[in-house]
Design a protein around this ligand. Sequence first.
Ligand code: SF4
Length: 329
Amino acid sequence: MKPFTYLKPHDIEAAIPAGTPPGTKYLGGGTNLVDLMREGIEQPDHLVDITGLHLDGIEELPDGSLRIGAAVRNSTLAAHPKVRKGYRVLSEALLSGASGQLRNMATVGGNLLQRTRCPYFYSDAAACNKRQPGSGCDALDGFNRSCAVLGVSDSCIAAHPSDMCVALSALDAVVHVQGPGGTREIPLTELHRLPGDTPNIENTLEAGELVTAVVLPPPLSARSTYRKVRDRASYAFALASVAAALEIEDDKVTRIRLALGGVGTKPWRAYEAERLLLGGPADEQAYRRAAEAELAAATVRAGNAFKVTLAEATIVAVLRDLSKAGAGS
Ligand code: SF4
C-alpha cells in the first residue's frame, strides 16, 4: 500500500481545508476505500477521518423530515425506529446489503460514494476506463453478467453497487454537503453521474466537498418495500433490485415511487414507469406495461441480457405484492 498521512479532525471547519488538496480522501467506515487502497486502485496521499466530526446523529426535523448524519452506521440506520416505521424501504435495502459486520462499520456517506464491483476494475491486468481513463473496457465483450443495462456508454457498463442509494432515490432524499465554497443540497438522483466518456468521474461533488447528511422528506402514507434478486441469499450484490412505494385508491394508482438497482450505472429512478402508472389502473397488466417501458431503453451485452426480463418481472412482482398488501389502506 502506498504511504499516506492520516488526520482525524474534530470539527468540520478543520476537516474541509484538510480534505481539499488533490490526493486527499475522506475516510468513514473504510469498508470500501481501505480495500481499494490495499489493491492499489485508490492511492490517496492523505486521509481525513470524518468519524470525529459528530455527524452520527439521526434527528426528526420540525417539518417531519428526517436528518441522517453522514457518519451514521448502516446497521444503526436500518434499526432506527423512525426508519423502520416511516421508511421501511430504506431499512429493508440496508439490511439486504453486505454482511452484519460490514453494516456495523459502513457509514451513510461511504455507502453513497462506494465504487463499482466490476471485476475488471479490480484487476490491473485489465483495460478499465474507470480505473485508468482511456485504457478501454474489458467488460464490454468480456464477463459482463453483473454489468448494467441502463445508463451505459461505450466507455463503461459497470453497475452501481449500492442498495441504500436505490431506496434513497425512491424516497426523494436530498444530500447535504459542505465544502470550500460553503454548503449546498443535491437531490440524490443528481449525486451520481452517468459514465459517458468519463466513467472515472462518478459523482457531482466538487473538490473538498464533504457529505454531511442525508435528509428524507416526511414519510409517505404509501406502503413501501425493497426486493433484491441475487445469486445467493446474503452477501451478494443485486442482479436486479426494486425499491417501491405504492398507494391505491378506487383501484387507481394515486402515488408511486419506483427505483431500480443492479441494472443501472447509477441508482435508477424509474421515471418512465412512474409516469405510466400514476393515475392508471392498479393491475398486473399496467404494472407489466410500465416495467417494459422502463426497460425499453436497455442496452444489453451477451452476458447480461437476462437482466431485462429479471428487472421487469421483479417490478411486476413487487407492485403486485404491495397491491395485495393493501397499498394505501
Ligand atoms: Fe472498467 Fe467500467 Fe469497463 Fe468495468 S465496465 S471494465 S468498471 S470501464
